[in-house]
Each structure stands twice: as C-alpha cells, then as structure tokens.
Design a protein around this ligand. Structure first.
Ligand code: MEV
Length: 315
C-alpha cells in the first residue's frame, strides 16, 4: 500500500555560483520541468526499510551510512521519531545527474517529503531544507546551501550563506533557455578546485567574488524593478568572471556562443560549471531559434522556462 509521496523540482542558479560559497549573494530559481519523486510503500512486518534507486537500478539499505540516500533517510527518520519502519522508498528523478540542476538536493528533498507524509507529519520547507543541507555536505564538502534552499522552498530566492533565504519578487517574468552540455561534472570537484585556487591567491579570488556580488546586486534590482532585459549583459559579465574563476569549459563556451549567435542577449554557465548546464536570456520570439542553435551545437537537452511564472515548456 502506498503511504506517502514526495516530489521536488530542479533548480537553476541565475547569478552568483561559486562566489556564494564565500559569503557573496546568489539568485536561484526552481525548474519545474524536471523533478525528483519518492514513493513510500509498506512491506511485510519485520522486513525493514529498503530504498530503491530506480534510475540507478540499485537497492540501498539504511546501514549503508556513506550513501546519500541512506543518510537522508536516516536523518528524516530521526526527525520523525522512527527507528526502521517496514517501508520501501522508490526514488526516480528526471533531473540529469551532475549537471548543475540540483539533482542530489531534489532527490533528498523528495525522500524527506515522502517519508514525512508516510509518517503523517507535515515538515515545513525550513525543516526539509535543514535535512537536505546535511546530505549536501556529504555530496560536496563545502556547499553554500543555495541548492537545498531553492529546492526546499520551491520559489526564486536571493541567498546569502548563513542567513534566512529571501524569496524575491519578480516584477516581470522573463524567459531563459537551459542547455545541457551532456558532460557530467560533479559540483564537489569544481568547488574543490576553486578552493585550491583561492588558497593559492586569496586576494585575486576575493576580488573576483566581490565583482560577482556586484553583478548579483544589479541583477536583483533589474528583476525586482521589472527590467529583465538588463539580465542579458549581466549574464555575460557573470560568465566572464566565472571564466576567470576557472570553471568554464569548451563545451559550455560552445553552447554560450551558439545561444548568443541565435539571438540570446546574454548567457552563462549555471551551477558548478566545467560541464553541466548553461542558461541564456531569450524572449518568447527568440526562444525557438536559440533552442535549435543549442541543440545543433551539441546540447543534449534544452529546457525553455519562464522565471516568475509556475510551469513552462520542455522544448
Ligand atoms: C552549485 O549549484 C552552486 C555552487 O555555488 C556550489 C554551492 O553553492 O554550494 C557552485
């Protein structure tokens, strides 16, 4: 019998990735066209709990404490005051792994929500957020917390590490195309490399992060004051800084150039970089041409989504 079901969207970082790990702000939004889902069912008495990662064709048990799915389940059960119920947790996700769309955090959030529904407890976004953050620490070492926050709250947020998330108002919705390079790139590696580079030359990296913070501030003003057309040049500026930070890649640059050639007014990588996804500012008029150009340049998946409005189209 089905006892509970939990879902969580993907996410996109609009501005500020990497610098956000060092205390600067970032802007991020949920992407509802992709999602993770966890279904909790009962099992025969005494059979314990099993987590079926259906996409990976793997079954995980609670004792596998180093596995993120076992960890998130353990943390959620502790919060719910349960030891080991006789449950099967089946997990599926349409969010590409290691692509900067928050697959790990979304899977964790879906599991926490599915388990809490099965237990008859209504955990609010702050509690889901806190549990998912613990798991993110295992995934990435030093996560800022932006991914789990935007996914747990399910709305666009202005995020500064260590402070309560600030959902932000979008005065005029705007459209972005999200292009997937198809090159998996674990966030942990990119974040670790940036840390090593920062340790070697703190002055330079702190100055780069400050410049990113300036871009994020301008982008926030443009979004909240209804001037989304300003976001294109700001994406280009953020991308130039990300290149200097050392997290772009030939695949990302190819997609960024293709988007610009087809009429996007700005583009940047999104998430950890080195591969994964990029975003481009488009209009309803340029979206189809940009999506086609991204595919022709090698994108394995393109999502066109309107930020500031629920829903969107999978192009
Ligand atoms: C990953 O989506 C965003 C990064 O800034 C890492 C983090 O914030 O933890 C690269």
């Amino acid at each position: 019998m089905q006892l509970g079901i939990g879902t969580a969207p993907g996410k996109v970082i609009l501005f500020g990735e990497h610098a956000v790990v060092y205390g600067r702000p970032a802007l991020a939004a949920p992407v509802v066209q992709v999602h993770a889902r966890a279904v909790v069912e009962d099992r025969p008495a005494g059979s314990g709990l099993v987590i079926d990662a259906l996409d990976l064709r793997r079954s995980i048990v609670l004792a596998q404490t180093g596995h993120p799915l076992a960890l998130v389940t353990r943390l959620a059960l502790d919060r719910l005051g349960l030891a080991e119920p006789d449950w099967r947790v089946s997990v599926r996700s349409t969010i590409p792994i290691a692509s900067g769309l928050g697959s790990g955090a979304a899977v964790s959030a879906a599991v926490v929500r599915g388990l809490s529904q099965a237990a008859g407890v209504d955990l609010g976004p702050a509690e889901v957020d806190a549990i998912v953050y613990e798991v993110e620490r295992l995934h990435h070492g030093t996560p800022s917390g932006v991914d789990n926050t935007v996914i747990a709250y399910g709305q666009p947020v202005y995020f500064v590490r260590g402070t309560p998330p600030q959902p932000f108002a979008i005065a005029r919705p705007f459209t972005i195309a999200i292009g997937d390079t198809g090159k998996a790139s674990p966030t942990k590696i990119a974040v670790g490399d940036v840390r090593s580079a920062w340790e070697r030359d703190r002055e330079r990296y702190e100055a780069l992060f400050d410049r990113v913070a300036g871009v994020v501030g301008s982008a926030r003003a443009a979004i909240t004051q209804g001037r989304p057309e300003e976001l294109g040049p700001l994406m280009d500026e953020n991308q130039a800084l990300l290149r200097e930070i050392g997290v772009s890649s030939p695949e990302l640059e190819r997609l960024i150039a293709a988007a610009r050639d087809a009429g996007a007014t700005g583009a940047k990588l999104s998430g950890g970089g080195r591969g994964g996804n990029m975003i481009a500012l488009v209009t309803p008029e340029t979206a189809v041409a940009v999506a086609g150009s991204l595919r022709a340049a090698g994108a394995v998946r393109v999502i066109v989504t309107e930020v500031g409005r629920a829903g969107g189209d999978d192009a």
